[in-house]
Design a protein around this ligand. Structure first.
Ligand code: NAD
Ligand code: IPM
Ligand code: MN
Length: 365
């Protein structure tokens, strides 16, 4: 029997609530395939800081090092609560970015996927959203401003200042370009390159390398769009996109806009791929505003499991089944509260209610 070791990092806020539902799905997948998932939990995030004195404790690093894949819940505290942790130890800087750096997970896949059955969840007008959307944002995840040099201090005039730099070298751009072109080649043969080359020198180099790599992919058409305009097109005509590639911060922002187009960040899973290791996480945060209420939408976490089954374990059929099971739960008129207003014509369900129904649907496939 094949064994896959999976490190589970529940994280903070709604993390443990949505992770519990993802585990139900993993257990069923293991049960009906000749496979064992060895699931081991590790402390990670603000909760780890309070329990272990570090947001990414050494034992969690060892667990992740030894795992075949990592499934991670969101981390982070509310703006106010964050102040209880020193700035550099806060879970974003103290755990998440170090996790990305440790495994060099440069390629972040954030699908913005709204099939027909759930197109009604989009806040966009029916004439714009049509039968739904299906595009993918490929975000460079370990470069740019988030990983550049940072300096703070007091200048000669006695004023506080900050200086942080946006750095990329051509190898970093080339490898994400290759991932993007390969993805576009497998899909519709169109790649939207999102940039800001009218201002940023980093985008000038970015575009140059994109064109160079593009020459190796004559069957893929590359279309260059300035990031500010892209934000508008995403609202006005999201259906024009299929594969979008962009640097780290643009991808952070536009992928959350993707969640807005779908109707909730709770519909946004993701995969973070490195040369040797991948981890999977929802694109959203720990949602402190709804934590502990059992109303979080676990779709993003279960969708991250589907991505893991496909991308780390080659279990394409089961991955498709997981997506289909989630669509059919929503297709039957169920909704978590993030996607519908109270009193609307839906059968409102809790976090675990959704997970149970997904498992029930999955059993039928
Ligand atoms: P957020 O993504 O946590 O929440 C934004 C909004 O989306 C909130 O109204 C929230 O209730 C809603 N939402 C998010 N996920 C949902 C789900 N699964 N179901 C239903 N509703 C959902 O963003 P925020 O409030 O700005 O950030 C909270 C914390 O999360 C911060 O500390 C931030 O740094 C952190 N964060 C972590 C990650 C990560 O771990 N990858 C990603 C983004 C933000
Ligand atoms: C995300 C998050 C993170 C990011 C934060 C929490 C560091 O917003 O995964 O989108 O900016 O990448
Ligand atoms: Mn983000």
């Amino acid at each position: 029997m094949t064994t896959h070791k999976i490190a589970l990092l529940d994280g903070d806020g709604i993390g443990p609530e949505i992770m519990a539902e993802a585990v139900k799905v993993l257990e069923l997948v293991a049960e009906r395939n000749d496979i064992e998932f060895q699931l081991e939990s590790g402390a990670f995030g603000a909760s780890a800081y309070f329990s272990h004195g570090h947001a990414f404790p050494d034992e969690t690093k060892a667990l992740c090092d030894s795992a075949d894949a990592i499934l991670k819940g969101p981390i982070g505290l509310s703006h106010e609560e964050s102040k209880k942790i020193p700035v550099d130890m806060q879970p974003e800087r103290g755990a998440l970015l170090p996790l990305r750096r440790r495994y060099d997970t440069f390629a972040n896949f954030r699908p913005v996927y709204l099939p027909k059955e759930i197109a009604h969840f989009s806040p966009l007008k029916p004439e714009i959203i049509g039968d739904g959307v299906d595009f993918i944002i490929i975000r460079e995840l370990v470069g740019g401003l988030y990983f550049g040099k940072k300096e703070t201090g007091v200048n000669d005039a006695g004023r506080r200042y900050v200086n942080e730099s946006l750095e990329y070298d051509e190898d970093q751009i080339e490898r994400i370009a290759r991932v993007a072109f390969e993805t576009a080649q497998k899909r519709k043969g169109v790649l939207h390159n999102i940039h800001k080359s009218n201002v940023l020198k980093s985008s000038v180099l970015w575009n140059e390398v994109m064109e160079e790599v593009g020459a190796e992919f004559p069957d893929v058409e590359i279309k260059h769009i300035l990031v500010d305009a892209a934000a508008t097109y995403l609202c006005l005509n999201p259906g024009q996109f299929d594969v979008m590639v962009m640097e780290n911060m643009f991808g952070d922002i536009l992928s959350d806009q993707g969640g807005g187009i779908l109707g909730s960040l709770g519909l946004m899973p993701s995969a973070c791929m490195g040369p040797d290791k991948a981890y999977y996480e929802p694109s959203h945060g720990s949602a402190p505003d709804i934590a502990g209420q059992k109303i979080a939408n676990p779709y993003s976490m279960i969708g991250s499991v589907a991505m893991m089954l496909e991308m780390s374990f080659g279990m394409d059929t089961e991955a498709r089944n997981v997506w289909q099971a989630m669509q059919s739960v929503f297709g039957q008129g169920y909704s978590t509260p993030d996607l519908s207003k109270p009193g609307s014509d839906v059968r409102m369900i809790s976090t675990d209610g959704f997970g149970d129904l997904v498992v029930e649907e999955l059993r039928k496939l």
